[in-house]
Design a protein around this ligand. Sequence first.
Ligand SMILES: CCCCCCCC/C=C\CCCCCCCC(=O)SCCNC(=O)CCNC(=O)[C@H](O)C(C)(C)COP(=O)(O)OP(=O)(O)OC[C@H]1O[C@@H](n2cnc3c(N)ncnc32)[C@H](O)[C@@H]1OP(=O)(O)O
Length: 213
Amino acid sequence: MTTYAENVPLSPVPNDDGIDAAVAAARRVVNALLHAGADSAAPMSDIARDLDRIADQLEEHAPERRERFVGMWAGRPRHDPVTGPENALAPPLHLHGLPDGSVTGTVTLGLPYQGPPGCVHGGISALLLDHALGVANSWGPGPDGMTGTLSVRYHRTTPLFEELTIRARQESSEGRRIRTTGEILAHGEVCVSADGIFVAKHVARPVADEGGR
Ligand SMILES: CCCCCCCC/C=C\CCCCCCCC(=O)SCCNC(=O)CCNC(=O)[C@H](O)C(C)(C)COP(=O)(O)OP(=O)(O)OC[C@H]1O[C@@H](n2cnc3c(N)ncnc32)[C@H](O)[C@@H]1OP(=O)(O)O
C-alpha cells in the first residue's frame, strides 16, 4: 500500500522574482482596473498606452508559440489557469495532497471572478473543481486521465472575498473510467459539488521535433 506524507504541496510554488512576480503584478492590474471601473478619475488613456508598451516589450522577446508549447510541457507545468504561477488568469488556488489520497486547498476570489452580485461565477467554480478533481486523480493511488463528463451542482451561492476550501478525491476506477468527486466550501458549508467521470487517456506532451503540435 502506498503511504503518503502529510499535507504535500501539489501546486507549483510561486517565486518572488522573474515571471512569477510579473504575473502577480498583472493580476493586481486586472483587479485594480475592475475596482476602478468606468467612472474612475484614473487617466485610463495613459494607462492603456503604458500597458500596451509593456505588452509590446513582452511580445518582442517571446519565442515562437510552438517553441513555448514544448517549453511549457518540458518539466512540471506552471502555466495552468487554476494554480499556475505563470498564468495571470489563475486565481491562484494552492492544492495539497493528504495522506488519505484526497487533495485540499484554499483560495479567495475577487471581482474578476464575479457572477451574481458579490458571488463567484458558476463557470469559475466548475473550472476550479475540474482542475482539483484532475489533481486528485494524479495524487491518489489510482489512474488519472482527462475529463469526460463533469456534473456540477450549485447548492448555494459562493461568496467573493472570503476564503474558500476546495476538496477532491478519487472514488473509484473501473477499466478506463475513473469517478472523482469534490466540493467548494465557505464557512464549512458546501456551496458547489462536482461529480466527474474521467477517462484514462493522455495527450502526448509536445516535443521539439514535432513542433509542439
Ligand atoms: C489533462 C492534463 C494532463 C497534464 C499532466 C500534467 C501533470 C499532472 C498534474 C496535475 C493534473 C492536471 C489536472 C488537469 C485537470 C484538467 C482536466 C481537463 O481539463 S482535460 C480536458 C477536457 N477534456 C477533454 O478534452 C477530453 C476530450 N475527450 C476525449 O478526448 C475523449 O472523448 C475521451 C478521452 C474522454 C474518451 O475517448 P476514448 O475514445 O479514449 O474512450 P472510449 O474508448 O470511447 O471510452 C472508454 C470508456 O470511457 C467512457 N467514456 C468515454 N467518453 C466519456 C465521457 N465523455 N464521459 C463519461 N464517460 C466516457 C466510455 O463509456 C468507456 O467506458 P467503458 O470502458 O465502456 O466502461
